[in-house]
Design a protein around this ligand. Structure first.
Ligand code: MF3
Ligand code: CO
Length: 250
């Protein structure tokens, strides 16, 4: 069942999403050669402590996930875990972060390069972020759900990259994950009709090589099967009277 949100609920999701993005951008500045990924987790916890007690990290404890952040390096696609690995020049780092505020959730992600990254890696980041905005542009009243999916997929594939199929965007509200699933691939004109009050986390995960992924030994982290780099960008958006609003935009 898709839960439509009231104005008031959307404002709470907006607050959660803005906090999430604010903290994500704060953390992005620490992505530098020499820092441990666990240090980013610690910085995130410190930052949360300095905010009012009204915000809570959404991922920590979700299905037993132990951290506030997901940090996915290089060939890791999503659900990477903070650990003792040290960032080095040329790495790409995906940070994924969610917040709960007054019972409502916001979910955001971005990928950032460490130092000098290859031209092809730069292009991967650029195309992935662009594909997110192409998807958001299609998230409007009267369109179909898979119009979003199709816009993402066609932008990615025409650049020669591939979209991950095992992980998808999602409805979001008083739960981190709600119906519907928002795949990053699909046929234009298919899927449910989009309505005012719908709120989605749209999150293309894009591989430089093939789309197949596998799950690492920790049972959480997805990585590309062919070892190619992967990027991830995510916003929380709503369809309202004003059109399409990016709730996580600062
Ligand atoms: N943005 C990711 C998702 O929607 C992050 C979830 S991490 C988890 O799946 F730990 F909460 F699962
Ligand atoms: Co998400």
């Amino acid at each position: 069942m898709i839960i439509l949100k009231t104005k008031n609920e959307i404002e709470k999701i907006r607050t959660a999403s803005k906090y999430a993005m604010e903290i994500l951008l704060y953390l992005r500045d620490f992505i530098k050669e020499g820092i441990k990924t666990m240090e980013l987790e610690r910085l995130c916890e410190d930052k949360l402590r300095r905010y009012n007690r009204k915000i809570r990290p959404a991922f920590k404890g979700y299905n037993g996930y132990p951290y506030c952040l997901c940090i996915s390096l290089n060939d890791e696609v999503v659900h990477g875990m903070p650990d003792d690995r040290i960032l080095k020049n040329g790495d790409i780092v995906s940070l994924d972060f969610g917040v709960e505020y007054e019972g409502f959730f916001g979910d955001v992600a971005l990928t950032e390069g460490v130092g000098d990254i290859s031209e092809e890696a730069k292009r991967l980041l650029k195309i992935t972020e662009e594909s997110l905005y192409k998807g958001i542009d299609e998230a409007k009243e009267g369109n179909r759900l898979n119009d979003i999916s199709h816009a993402i997929q066609s932008h990615v594939e025409s650049a020669g990259f591939s979209v991950v199929r095992e992980f998808v965007g999602h409805g979001i509200g008083s739960n981190l994950h709600e119906e519907p699933q928002v795949p990053n691939f699909g046929e234009k004109g298919k899927g449910i009709r989009l309505k005012k009050g719908m709120v989605f986390a749209i999150e293309p995960m894009v591989n430089m090589g093939k789309s197949e992924v596998y799950i690492k030994e920790n049972g959480w982290t997805a990585a590309t099967l062919d070892g190619s780099l992967s990027a991830h960008f995510e916003h929380t958006i709503a369809i309202t009277d004003k059109g399409t609003e990016i709730l996580s935009k600062l």
